[in-house]
Design a protein around this ligand. Structure first.
Ligand SMILES: [Zn+2]
Length: 485
């Protein structure tokens, strides 16, 4: 009996000594510790039960949770059963398309987990204003990269003549004027150049040459006066797969000659009308006449020139799939300023009742099909939407685009890569953004469900972290609602 009491006493003493000797865990002052979360990025895939320490705007440390004991004094987010992914990019947006909407776009993007955007066309003063505003406080806005105006020929398409063609472009009459503008835009701080459909081959070649000298990427639409194989040499990326099909038929030179004739005959028309006429004359016929040999030559050129694709599938298939009829879109319209909300609700109701013509329906299917073929051939992709055009709610629409890319045969990891690591690579930021790594910028999303099981789970956003600042769900909801106030 006595000996047992002694022995109990001995064990208790030992426990007391063990507890007092064991460190109570590390303290990371001024940091946020995301404890015991599954991390996912395009390089490492899924890593279970990690602790990720965010300090300032960077990821300070990552370690398996069992190896990193945290003191209770830390600011801890419980990541149990949740998933951490890099913040998402929308690689094709327009702050200037509806100028009254621009002031609420930051909150919409962050509210839906979009931590970076690439503005692909708008008046330079206007888009620069939003870029500067974002840079002034990176924790309160998405990262904004800008192209400045669409660089177009004469007549230019987005000339401000009607509401659906706001003045997003500048039309140049000569090669010299276009090159001079590239220099000016570079000096004004654009991050890339966007070349548009009415440029002459000479203008296009001179613009892309100058941009390359200035170390600026060029994106855009294949000029109607050119074939895809030649134009690919100047493009780092192409938006909406625009005009690729015209070079994928058995006789692309015949179609090219016809386009050049129509461009010459229509040079005094409004640019938007002329372009629409050329699209109508060739696009739908071309997708019926795709020649696999010629198609593969175009794909080969895209690979050789490392020309990436931003297919904007939600937009391109919108006439058939009508994303805007879904309840999630209808309710997202409530986050828009009152006047725009009303316009979109009415406009969407009308568009919902318009049955897509067989040609448009066929095109909606073709964009998904060709994206799948391009992806299998290892052409690189970025996820972009074209919001706020065609009832594409900023932020929400990127998630629909991720679902569409998944429908085009990309795996969830590949889809995430197109919305995280690839845009970072595009802007030479892959050493600091787009992955979950120590020293990287802390643009992160905490999701309640696994996006590798279903890409739609990118919509189950629990927390957004932008340049190190955390926004929980209640705060994000309040930010979204602010758009209508
Ligand atoms: Zn666009």
């Amino acid at each position: 009996m006595k000996s047992k009491q002694l022995s109990n006493y001995g064990i208790i003493s030992l426990l007391v000594i063990m507890v007092s000797c064991q460190p109570s865990g590390r303290i990371y002052e001024g940091a946020v510790c995301i404890h015991n979360i599954h991390t996912i990025d395009a390089e490492s895939g899924l890593l279970k039960n990690q602790t990720v320490i965010v300090k300032g705007e960077k990821i300070l440390k990552i370690a398996p949770s069992q190896e990193l004991k945290l003191a209770p004094e830390n600011t801890i987010i419980d990541g149990q059963g949740k998933f951490l992914i890099p913040g998402l990019w929308d690689a094709h947006v327009h702050f200037a398309y509806i100028e009254e909407l621009a002031p609420v776009m930051f909150n919409l993007f962050l509210g839906y987990g979009i931590t970076s955007v690439r503005d692909t066309g708008g008046k330079i003063d206007f888009v620069k204003k939003w870029k500067s505003k974002a840079e002034a406080d990176p924790t309160a806005a998405p990262r904004v990269k800008i192209a400045g105006p669409l660089m177009d020929g004469k007549p230019n398409v987005y000339d401000g003549s009607i509401p659906t063609r706001p003045e997003l472009s500048e039309g140049f009459a000569t090669v010299e004027a276009a090159v001079k503008r590239v220099d000016e835009l570079a000096a004004l701080g654009v991050d890339l150049i966007k070349a548009y459909e009415m440029l002459s081959p000479e203008q296009f070649k001179a613009i892309t040459k100058r941009a390359r000298e200035l170390n600026l990427n060029v994106t855009g639409h294949i000029p109607l006066s050119m074939d895809a194989i030649t134009a690919s040499k100047g493009f780092n990326s192409i938006e909406h797969l625009r005009n690729l099909e015209m070079s994928m038929t058995a006789n692309p030179t015949i179609l090219l000659a016809q386009r050049r004739k129509l461009l010459e005959e229509g040079k005094n028309e409004a640019g938007g009308d002329l372009r629409a006429r050329l699209h109508d004359a060739q696009r739908y016929a071309a997708i019926e006449l795709i020649d696999t040999v010629q198609r593969d030559k175009v794909i080969q050129a895209l690979l050789e020139n490392d020309t990436w694709q931003v297919p904007t599938l939600t937009l391109a298939s919108g006439a058939k799939n009508k994303h805007f009829t879904k309840s999630v879109y209808q309710s997202s319209f409530n986050y828009l300023p009152e006047k725009i909300s009303k316009q979109w609700k009415e406009g969407a109701a009308i568009a919902a009742g318009v049955i897509a013509t067989p040609s448009r329906a066929a095109y909606a299917d073709w964009v998904v099909e060709i994206s799948s073929i391009l992806h299998k051939a290892k052409v690189e992709f970025m996820a972009g939407t074209d919001c706020p055009i065609y009832f594409l709610t900023p932020g929400l629409s990127l998630h629909t685009e991720l679902e569409m890319m998944s429908k085009a045969g990309m795996s969830p990891t590949e889809v995430l890569k197109a919305a995280t690591l690839n845009p970072a690579r595009y802007f030479d930021m892959e050493e600091e953004l787009g992955l979950i790594k120590e020293g990287y910028i802390a643009d992160l999303l905490i999701l309640d469900a696994n996006p590798l099981e279903n890409i739609s789970n990118t919509q189950k956003i629990n927390t957004v972290i932008k340049s190190g600042k955390s926004y929980d769900r209640a705060t994000l909801d309040a930010m979204l609602r602010k758009g209508s106030e």
